[in-house]
Design a protein around this ligand. Structure first.
Ligand code: 6PG
Length: 467
């Protein structure tokens, strides 16, 4: 009996996805460059009673032969060149109706190109979020490519996806790289959300002198409120975990230098191309880059001394929680506004409410707030979320907390780049008369660029008498 789908690449995510497919009653043929990996995966799958649903193959030809026509074969190989190489090796073995599905974290520009290069040959790029556990038990899936290709495999993708109150978290976003684009913004939001949580952790640790377990308790408590989310939940667990070897909190053992595979950076770069303001996400990317400069930071501390005063005793936990609520809303508002800008720029019709819905379960940024975001975007997909009733109310209540926390951090020498940029975004967006008149004056002064006047006339120059 032939398999309904094939999968290439049995790394952590590929293996989990293959098991998930099998677990949902589909026969899946698998292949990995190293045959040993394929054999071990198949042998191990016996423990989960999945071995019968999984067809291990030892060559690409065997894989192709094992899958029923018209074929669908998922690639789960590292993003970048490996995907192009795999496509080049696989395509000649496939028929004109056979489909390749890239389920890795591809740069959406690459997916655009691959979809175009494929011409009439079916190609899909799908963003898959949820880490290993999500891939195994129900990820959030953002699809991109021709709608008819998506429809051909949607029954499998919906079956393996996370479920949110009876709705599968697997949605078609649009043509070509639309799915991978939405996944990239997801990751940008992920970076900013993680960074804001880390900043609040920093305030508790350095400003309030709290120990890791106490910080874990606070995150645990917040997870019962407005901030309920996967990232808050795991942050609490990370803070409470103890190193079995040293008996110290894990957070005292883990080096303070964050890695990144690049998806957050792509989002920041793309936002600049789109002139879409996502300062909280950019700040989070910058913070990761700075985090890895440990020697320089140590030299900086030796040169400038530690932070001025490290006491923020009078800061109530509700204030920190409020700051995080406001920061989180602003970061998501930026992310969705960027999606809206891209939708227009690329001629995609990205379904914003559906995007909020597909993120409600399975993915890393899943949270209760996304329910309300889905609702608010349903009312008006192009309105910045900070202006939507529920979120505007939260901001009216909590922007003072954000202001207090950010200013206290500044006074205590605690860096809060993402929360501070969230606050600056908020203040910019609620200031009807800004300061770009000065910029325009400067531009006209040195470059005769002209400016618009409040009396409506344009093409004017100032009486600078340059020289
Ligand atoms: C997800 C994650 C996942 C992964 C990325 C980003 O949605 O499941 O975003 O795709 O964690 O590799 O991680 P870094 O850029 O932090 O390495």
């Amino acid at each position: 009996e032939k398999a309904e789908i094939g999968l290439i690449g049995l790394g952590t995510m590929g293996a989990a996805l293959a098991s998930n497919i099998a677990d949902n009653g589909f026969r899946v043929a698998v292949w990995n460059r190293t045959t040993e990996v394929t054999r071990k995966f198949h042998a191990d799958s016996d423990e989960e009673d999945l071995a019968e649903q999984i067809v291990p193959t030892e060559s690409l030809e065997d894989l192709v032969a094992a899958v029923a026509e018209p074929r669908a074969i998922i690639l789960m190989v590292p993003a970048g060149d490996p995907v192009d190489q795999q496509i080049a090796a696989l395509r000649p073995l496939l028929g004109p109706d056979d489909m390749i599905i890239d389920a890795g974290n591809a740069n959406f520009h690459d997916t655009n190109r691959r979809a175009r290069d494929a011409g009439d040959l079916p190609y899909l790029g799908i963003g898959v979020s949820g880490g290993e556990e999500g891939a195994r038990f129900g990820p959030s899936i953002m699809g991109g490519g021709k709608r008819e290709y998506w429809d051909r495999v949607a029954h499998i993708l919906r079956a393996i996806a996370a479920d949110h109150q009876g709705e599968a978290c697997a949605t078609w976003m649009g043509e070509e790289g639309a799915g991978h684009f939405v996944k990239a913004v997801h990751n940008g939001i992920e970076y900013a959300d993680m960074q804001m949580i880390a900043e609040v952790y920093g305030m508790m640790r350095d400003g309030l002198g709290m120990d890791a377990a106490a910080i874990g308790d606070i995150f645990g408590r917040w997870n019962d409120g407005v901030l309920q989310s996967y990232l808050i939940e795991i942050s609490g667990k990370v803070a409470k975990a103890v190193d079995p070897e040293s008996g110290q909190p894990m957070l005292e053992v883990i080096v303070d230098a964050a890695g990144q595979k690049g998806t957050g950076r792509w989002t920041a770069i793309e936002a600049q191309h789109l002139a879409a303001p996502i300062p909280a996400i950019e700040a989070a990317v910058v913070a990761r880059n700075l985090s890895s400069r440990r020697d320089e930071r140590a030299a900086g501390e030796a040169l400038f001394g530690p932070a001025p005063e490290r006491i923020a005793k009078d800061l109530p936990m509700e204030m920190l929680e409020g700051a995080l609520i406001a920061g989180k809303i602003l970061c998501y508002a930026q992310g969705f506004a960027m999606i809206s800008a891209a939708s227009k720029q690329f001629g995609w019709d990205l379904p914003l409410p559906e995007i909020a819905k597909v993120w409600r379960a399975g993915c890393i940024i899943r949270s209760t707030m996304l329910d309300d975001m889905a609702w608010a975007l349903g009312e008006d997909p192009n309105r910045n979320l900070m202006f939507a009733g529920y979120f505007a109310d939260h901001l009216k209540t909590h922007h003072r907390a954000l202001r207090r926390v950010v200013s206290l951090a500044a006074r205590n020498g605690i860096a809060m780049p993402a929360l501070a940029s969230g606050l600056a975004y908020f203040d910019t967006m609620r200031t009807a008369r800004g300061t770009a008149n000065m910029i325009q004056g400067q531009r006209d002064f040195f470059g005769a660029h002209g400016f618009e006047r409040f009396d409506g006339r344009s093409g004017q120059h100032g009486p600078w008498g340059r020289g």
